[in-house]
Write a protein that binds this ligand. Structure first.
Ligand SMILES: [Zn+2]
Length: 197
């Protein structure tokens, strides 16, 4: 490759080349001031060639997304995310996510849990176990868990009732008669067992 800058000037960074190194050992004008500049310049010169080859591979349908060939592990994803944040911080682009419009909207909503229960939920989220809580907090936690269990059970029961109702509606008159006969039979059996006992 011919030298583009005047003798003694680096073709990449335009910095000075020390006078005793203006020529290579073969007597040709030295292109770059350092190994770093040479590597960077060569890499950039090759970029259009590499991307051209890649575009050809894509056109032939040979290209496969490496992320799909081997999905990154969670450690790798965490590493990349951290790297991205660090770069944002270094470039002064990082913004506290809590200050975004969506986050502000969420944070301005009333708390989901109030008072004691809020303290409990926060403590558990920070990795404390139930045994680390005070008796009052444990009681609040138990009550909350019971409330969740009850709500869940109520929801399951409601779904079951709905399914039952739907099944009944879809039954023909004959099927309904059959079902009634079955119940009667089962009831008779039960009363027999009872009277015997
Ligand atoms: Zn240079």
């Amino acid at each position: 490759m011919p030298k583009r800058q005047p003798l003694g000037i680096c073709d990449h960074c335009l910095g000075p080349i020390p006078p005793r190194q203006w020529y290579t050992s073969r007597g040709r004008p030295r292109l770059y001031c350092s190994v770093e500049c040479r590597n960077t310049a060569n890499s950039r010169a090759g970029a259009p060639i590499r991307s051209g080859k890649l575009l050809e591979r894509i056109a032939r349908g040979e290209w496969q997304n490496p992320a799909e060939l081997r999905t990154p592990t969670s450690d790798e994803q965490a590493y990349r995310a951290r790297k991205g944040r660090r770069r944002e911080v270094a470039e002064g682009r990082w913004r506290n996510p809590a200050l975004s419009d969506a986050a502000r909207e969420k944070l301005s909503r009333p708390r989901k849990h109030n008072g004691l229960l809020h303290t409990v939920v926060e403590k558990l989220r920070q990795g404390l176990s139930v045994t680390d809580l005070s008796p009052d907090e444990q009681a609040a936690h138990r009550a909350y868990r019971k409330q969740l269990r009850d709500a869940r059970r109520e929801e399951l029961n409601r779904q079951a009732r709905e399914r039952y109702k739907l099944r009944q509606e879809q039954m023909t008159a004959a099927q309904r008669d059959e079902q009634r006969a079955m119940w009667r039979k089962a009831n008779e059996k039960r009363t027999k067992v009872k009277s015997r006992g």
